[in-house]
Design a protein around this ligand. Sequence first.
Ligand code: SAM
Ligand code: SF4
Length: 458
Amino acid sequence: MKNFINGNKILDLLERTERPSNYQVEKLVEKSLRLKGLSPEDTAVLLNCEDDVLLNSIFTAAKQIKESIYGNRLVLFAPLYLSNRCVNDCLYCGFRQGISNNKKCLLSNDEIREETQALISQGHKRLLLVSAEDPAVDIDYLEGAIKTVYDTKEGNGSIRRLNVNVAPMGVKDFRRLKDTGIGTYQLFQETYHSDTYTTMHPSGPKSDYLKRLYACDLAQKAGIDDVGIGALFGLYNYKFEVLALLFHSMHLEDTFGVGPHTISVPRLEPSEGSNIASRPPSHVSDNELKKIIAVLRLAVPYTGIILSTRESAGLRDELFYLGVSQISAGSRTVPGSYSSDKEAQGQFSISDERSLSEVIEELATSGFIPSFCTSCYRSGRTGENFMDLAKPGDIKNFCQPNALLTFEEYLLDYNPKLAQKIKALITSEIHKIPDPDIRKLTSGKMESLVQGERDLYF
Ligand code: SAM
Ligand code: SF4
């Protein structure tokens, strides 16, 4: 296996593009608005931009691109942690093996059902299954866990899409994982800088940099055509990591004809027992995080960007405008803690502690449409099919009405008080649907929801 992340090339690119001129940045901002993406060299120029006025023009372009591709919807999900018993020793993580006082737990099927019920009763439809690397969390266990989540019903609700963020596996097991009906398989490289990777992952299966780098290839080979990548910001120079994410995307696109479905941008959060997590070796400021998200939006306009509750409510509210398309809400990182007061250690501390309904209220009053849409993967719009629709801008024809339909369903079943408050927003959003046929169909489906039908989508 060859390391397709050429560290020296990235450092060279960053050095060659240092201190870009105003003209260079302005030209690239213009180029990005054509929605064809940017080369690594272009991206390096934007990452090296430190001028506040020019940075604002990058932020404005990111907002414009986000709106033209995704509209004003934001997809919501919550993580469901299965286990905090880990064979690895990632120096930044609260689950690592080296923390001996950690209360270890692995959820049973009954506990997974209770967790799922608790999440459904908040209104969630999309979950991300997360686990530490625990030998007990093998493919047999995962198959059982996923079946339990999908089989769980609570009132009108159920989970309609389950994404997975667990340790890498071989192609045979990935095939079994695909057959369970998952959406995206996510795995973060943490840092693409191989020496830093070696220092941060001193032991366990995760210490193998290349094995991790190729995990999404194996998932693709097994037929999982929506994969998600990410870097843990704070471990190494953020500009290096953004370019490496771009090279990773290009590698997947060259090899499988489709880049990653999503890129996650977690930032190191304090975690009990980890000095690294409290004092990140390459601290990323709030402004730098804004730049990371905006530049990624310009460089890979069709790739979803995921933001978690690691960030504070105030900052998240700003980042929503810059190109984020999916967010977690009401998250807990202690296995079992949605349904009981489990006394175990979480993976890291959460900054945005608002409940799902609080986040939704804030989004809706700021003019965003919270979406629980799961239509694409249930209608076969995944991998290349998804990109074929996304690239000419057609995906908006599905996203916006589906966002409205799933939001209306949420309001009817879980938040009638808010429904009254934002009636005008919903009506005006329906009027904004450009295609008259889709507009009419959406109004009809909205009426059917009020009459008691559920799970309506395009
Ligand atoms: N254990 C698997 C792994 O490491 O890939 C799967 C999921 S792990 C529980 C999810 C992610 O949490 C990791 O990939 C890492 O990026 C992130 N993480 C770990 N410690 C963190 C911390 N202190 N702050 C923020 N994110 C952290
Ligand atoms: Fe284990 Fe994942 Fe934490 Fe590393 S980041 S210690 S693999 S749970």
